[in-house]
Design a protein around this ligand. Sequence first.
Ligand code: SAM
Length: 483
Amino acid sequence: MSIPYNPSSPKADEFINHDEILDTLIYAEAHKNDTALINSLLEKARPKFNEKGCTCAGLTHREASVLLACEDPATIQRIYDVAAEIKQAFYGNRIVLFAPLYLSNYCINGCLYCPYHTKNKTIPRKKLTQDEIRAEVIALQDMGHKRLAIEAGEDPVNNPIEYILDSIATIYSVHHKNGDIRRVNVNIAATTVENYRRLKEAGIGTYILFQETYNRKRYEELHPTGPKHDYAYHTEAMDRAQQGGIDDVGLGVLFGLEGYRYEFAGLLMHAEHLEAVFGVGPHTISVPRVKPADDIDPDEFNNAIPDDVFTKIAACIRVAVPYTGMIISTRENEAVRAKMLQVGISQISGGSRTSVGGYTEEVRPHDTEQFDVSDQRTLDEVVRWLMEQDHIPSFCTACYRAGRTGDRFMALCKSGQILNCCHPNALMTLTEYLEDYASPETKRIGYEMIERELTRIPRENVREIAAKNIEAMRNGNARDFRF
Ligand code: SAM
């Protein structure tokens, strides 16, 4: 008997509905050359400006799947153009920076693509003590980071929720020189409403959980053992996070495990589900691809996607879910990241180490790494590179500290006040970076950019306050200004 499709249902198989995805793929294939439909979709998706700000209609999973199926280069370019237009309208030319912090690689799951899987006896297992976390945080602060994503394997004995909560408290407690970690996002295994509530109380930013694959059958094959085997428990995790009070949740697919068109439709259905039930879509969407790692060979997964398709996926996500932040990590190299930044990515990691304890080691350690890092540049190099391409590196963490989470964040996005709020926040946090951590060349390029960008702040009083705060940081130790 077929399972009904219902975006508002609490049941995974109803809101991520296999038959609906298959129908969507057939519909997309049948309409991929329908010029009139494609034109109307692109027109619908484009930002519409009015006196109150800017709105974007987004696209449904069916509509966006038609765009994803397009193969005509001129049409693909138009999709890229609309994606860039949307990114510019809501996020401007800012790119938010963060780093992952790996706490522990103990894991009791059997995920076939991940080197932390329980059968891997070659990878050294390591869990940071609170003193080691302090040392890692100092190293991250000395690079200039203000925002972290903590990562851990699933292991109730070695990494219980109390360990994660203690670690978050430790991270927030470290203030080294002018350093501060002001936002801790959390990427740990699916858990209970009660544990999500405790994470919220610990002051986390976004709760991130990658679905890996939306195809139940494939999911069960790839997760043969351990608690992660339970597809429904994993897929319904964001609902429990919302029930626990976390209204900023981050979705993601590990591209390469299953056909990308299937994953894309599933991902958008997940976003539609959150919107239907909680009135707010995902805060972020990540687009990781499977990478080589200790005892993992990506060639064993026969759904690898080439770079041009990967870019098209990102652009179609941007067009379909306009208000959502989009994240790309150092799994991707410089060239891919540059291309992805043009089609809607709004957050990137920089200077990352994916090994447990990696930031305190002089030489990049490989033995406990979760995956190979393709972009091995320092944070300073990434910051300079962003500015050379006219992106403003932002270390801003203001929104959640000011209570602008969930639908309040989305309201800010839609109000068009970004140029009066996020833009000056980016300039002020970039100033902190330039003063405290940048190389002389980065600093020079940075201040040229800040001079130029200050003139773009529309409201005069905001522009004056931002300029005054920037001067205060340049002339002394005052820090942490925000709107
Ligand atoms: N253990 C947590 C869980 O089960 O969701 C999350 C932490 S895990 C360290 C973070 C993510 O890394 C996983 O969700 C997976 O998508 C990704 N990952 C695992 N193996 C990978 C690989 N070989 N290449 C790229 N990404 C990988």
